[in-house]
Structures are given as structure tokens and as C-alpha cells.
Design a protein around this ligand. Structure first.
Ligand code: SIN
Length: 478
């Protein structure tokens, strides 16, 4: 891989401003299966050092003015955008998504840094009127924060957590996915260049069970923010219970995407393409179940299949690629199992079949999907679009809400009454009406039920890193 600045590809962990280099773990390129490089497999003791560094750095960081923290965040933001192509190339190589999409993620990631740099200036407390004294509600940083991030958005899931933490006055220890550490480490290089002091951002690479244990057991860490599976989220919550940490958990989804007879069908197909095939379907908010009303079912399936037939599947560095390789063999195995199960239970292919190398998944539209199929109750996390038929609004609602997950839901209708009725009845944290996109820095992002706790982005995102202190001031009567 050729970068304008090869120094952005850092094969080292970042602890207290020192780069710790060791060739312990391989990082592979999912398109080629080749080794991209190595990173240290940090020990529990090294993670503890990172936690102590964050604790020391926070003494000064939390006292800096909000404006100063905002300026440093903006400097970091500007460096991300001026290195967008190099960061995109690193991300595409380690994660697999096409370069154009990877560069889009860098811009998306930077948008959180900008948003929270701006929000830093608006961390306001309150003055509460009480007889005989002054009562202030003060906002204070929660403390050293552990940030555990996934492989599907190796840049944006870090900035969505770290930017509000830093804006609030917290310091962080980041554990990036062991599959995609280089995007995180490049962010560390740029944070250093932006002037963010040593110890404010620490990045430990290695095995999740070792680093996760040290982070969750530490009494110094007061906050954990995690994006990943519901199973691991629940495990981390359990590990955090003895030290009662504040938690943000962005977990699995099983998004319904509902198209009513009165929908603008072109917009619905466009929305389905956007939602379903973003990052090759490896997104928590991707449509997992496409429900289409009987009157437009055949027309929708036909149009969606034509769009899917036109998709180009190939390596992320080929300009024509729309979908890159899947992250690993386990991902391919799950996708294939879901498709085989659906076909065995009566679904049929509505789109063409491609002959692809083993690390790629064939994007497919499946006609006649039913709730008895595995893909109705589990997140496929791949480019599989099963289309379910429904007759009535009540039936659509029952299927849509018939999941323990509650992250994102989408629906398409031109009926205003239904828009409110159905949108309010959906049991999800994010709802898209006539759109396939629900992710931006200004929107509170997060789920209900098994999809997690807390919100990221928006004004809510910074509250996750703040505590409120009630400061009662007994004053002489004036
Ligand atoms: C995710 O898949 O976890 C996040 C997707 C997004 O930010 O839209």
C-alpha cells in the first residue's frame, strides 16, 4: 500500500505518548488474505499503564478551558480531512470496504469531532431556585473512559466516542478491534500532531479478552463505551458491575425496512440499496428484513433485483467495486448458512448469481422470505436482502417489532396519518421515514431492548461522559 505519508501506518500501541512497537499479532488484508503488518499484543499490565497515564493526564485536561479543548479537537478534525485519502486507504486495506466508501467514513468520523468540538462550548449546568440558598447543578467529566470499538467502522466508531469524551474533559484508553487497529493508530498519530497532550488518548492493541478484563476491572475507569455484539455487550456489562461504571452499549440490530403500497417505489428501492448494502451489509443499522405490502411486492422485488444485479463486487482498491470482501471466513459462513436455510425453507433467488472468490459474499435478493427462516431472527451482517410479503399495517407492525432488538427501523409511505401512527408504534431507537439513512453527527444514535444503552452523537452524546454535581451553597441572606 502506498500512502502520501507512510508514517500514518503505525505498527505500535500508544501509551502515555510513547509508541510501543512489537511484532506480536498479524493484521491481514481481507481482500488478499496477505499480512499488512503487525501490532503489539498488549498485556493486562500494559493496559493498566495506559489507564494510569489517562488518570494522570486527566488532572490537567479536565481543567483546560472548554474553548481550548474545542480548538484541539478542531485541529484533529482538520488533520483527518487533510489526510482523508491516506486514512481511507488504510481503512479500506484493513477492513475491506471500497476506497470511496472508506473516504466517506473518514468524513463521517471527522463530522463527530467537529460536532463535539462545537458542543464543548455548550456544556452548561443549571442554577435551581431554592429558598435560603443557591443550588447549582454542575457538569463534570465522568472520568477515565474505556472505548472498545468494532471492525466495521474502524474510524467513525472511535471518533463518535472519543470526541465527546475529550470535549467533556475525560481522557481515554481505546481498544480497537484486533482486525482493524491501523485506522485507530493513524488517528493517534494525528491527535499527537494536533497537539492533544500525551496520555489523553491511549491506544492498546491486542486480544479483547485480556484488554477488556483490565479495562472493566479497573476502579480508575469510570465509563465504558462499547460497540459490538449483544453477547459481548452483556458480558462487558457484567464485568463492569462490581465497579459500577457508567455504560454506553451500541449493540446488535435486526432492522425492519417496510414498504407500503402507497410508497414512492423508486425512493423505496433507493433507500433499500442505501440501507442494505452500505459496507456490504456489515452495519448494525442495515436493513435485515425487507417487508413489502402485497400490492407492490412483485414490482419492488424486480426493481431491487435489477439494482443488485448491477453491483460490482471486488477488492476495495478497484475503483469499480461497490462491495468489498467480507471481514473474515466466519462472516462468510454465517451469510451462506442464512441463504441456504432460506432457500431450503421456500425462498428463491430474484437476483443473478456470481462466481466469486471465497472471501466475497454474493449480494442477493431473496423472494418469499418468511419469519420461519433464520435470517428473520438473526442479523445476517452481509449483502443478503430477504423480501417478506405482508397484507395489512397491523401485520407489518407485528413482524417489525417481533424481535428482541431495537436499533433501527425504516418505512416508506406517502400517507401522513400512517407516517405518525406507524413511526410512533415502532419499538426502535432510530426510525427512518422515506429514507434509508439514519446516521449523522446531529442525530442521537442508539437502540432500545437488546440493542443497547445510551446515545451517541447529538447533544445526548456528550451527556454520556458527564456527571451532574448538585452544589448547595448556603449564603447569608441578601
Ligand atoms: C454500526 O454499524 O455500528 C454503526 C453504523 C452507523 O454509524 O451508521
Amino acid at each position: 500500500m502506498q500512502l502520501d505519508e507512510m508514517g500514518l501506518l503505525r505498527e505500535a500501541a500508544l501509551i502515555d505518548g510513547q509508541w510501543l512497537s512489537r511484532d506480536d499479532m498479524e493484521v491481514t488484508n481481507p481482500a488478499t488474505g496477505g499480512v499488512m503488518g503487525h501490532v503489539p499484543d498488549c498485556t493486562g499490565a500494559e493496559t493498566d499503564e495506559a489507564i494510569s497515564a489517562a488518570e494522570r493526564a486527566m488532572r490537567d485536561w479536565k481543567k483546560r478551558s472548554h474553548a481550548e479543548r474545542a480548538n484541539l479537537l478542531m485541529a484533529w478534525h482538520d488533520l483527518m480531512l487533510s489526510h482523508q485519502t491516506d486514512l481511507g486507504k488504510i481503512l479500506s486495506a484493513e477492513q475491506g470496504k471500497p476506497l470511496a466508501e472508506a473516504k466517506g467514513e473518514i468524513a463521517y468520523g471527522a463530522s463527530f469531532v467537529r460536532w463535539f468540538a462545537e458542543e464543548a462550548r455548550r456544556i452548561n449546568g443549571k442554577v435551581i431556585p431554592v429558598a435560603g440558598k443557591k443550588l447549582l447543578a454542575l457538569k463534570e467529566p465522568v472520568g477515565v473512559s474505556a472505548i472498545i470499538t468494532p471492525w466495521n467502522f474502524p474510524n467513525a466508531m472511535i471518533t463518535r466516542k472519543v470526541a465527546p469524551a475529550l470535549a467533556a474533559g475525560c481522557t481515554v484508553v481505546i481498544k480497537p478491534s484486533d482486525l482493524t487497529p491501523y485506522s485507530a493508530l493513524a488517528l493517534g498519530v494525528l491527535a499527537e500532531r494536533a497537539g492533544i497532550p500525551a496520555g489523553v488518548i491511549n491506544i492498546v492493541t491486542g486480544r479483547p479478552e485480556v484488554i477488556g478484563k483490565a479495562l472493566t476491572e479497573s476502579p480508575v475507569v469510570r465509563k465504558l463505551s462499547f460497540t459490538g455484539s449483544t453477547r459481548v455487550g452483556a458480558l462487558l456489562a457484567e464485568q463492569c458491575a462490581p465497579t459500577l461504571k457508567k455504560l454506553s452499549l451500541e449493540l446488535g440490530g435486526n432492522a425492519p425496512f417496510v414498504v407500503f403500497d402507497d410508497a414512492d417505489l423508486d425512493a423505496a428501492v433507493e433507500g433499500a440499496m442505501q440501507s442494505k448494502f452500505r459496507n456490504g451489509g456489515q452495519t448494525c443499522v442495515c436493513a435485515n428484513r425487507i417487508l413489502v405490502q402485497a400490492g407492490v411486492y412483485d414490482a419492488f422485488v424486480e426493481r431491487l433485483a435489477a439494482r443488485v444485479d448491477a453491483l460490482h463486487v471486488g477488492p476495495g482498491d478497484a475503483p469499480e467495486s461497490d462491495i468489498g470482501p467480507m471481514i473474515n471466513a466466519a462472516a462468510i459462513e454465517k451469510i451462506n448458512a442464512h441463504v441456504s436455510d432460506a432457500l431450503a425453507k421456500g425462498a428463491s433467488r430474484a437476483s443473478r448469481q456470481r462466481d466469486l472468490p471465497a472471501n466475497y459474499a454474493d449480494p442477493v435478493v431473496l423472494r418469499n422470505a418468511t419469519v420461519a427462516m433464520q435470517l428473520a431472527s438473526e442479523e445476517t451482517f452481509g449483502p443478503v436482502a430477504p423480501v417478506f410479503r405482508f397484507e395489512t399495517e397491523d401485520e407489518a407492525l407485528e413482524i417489525a417489532n417481533g424481535t428482541p432488538f431495537g436499533l433501527a427501523a425504516y418505512f416508506f409511505t406517502r400517507d401522513l396519518d400512517r407516517a405518525f401512527r406507524f413511526g410512533e408504534a415502532l419499538e426502535f431507537g432510530l426510525v427512518g421515514l422515506n429514507t434509508g439513512a439514519v446516521s449523522n453527527a446531529e442525530a442521537p444514535f442508539g437502540g432500545v431492548k437488546h440493542s443497547g444503552l445510551g446515545r451517541e452523537g447529538a447533544q445526548e452524546g456528550i451527556e454520556e461522559y458527564l456527571e451532574t454535581k448538585a452544589f448547595h451553597m448556603g449564603l447569608a441572606a441578601t
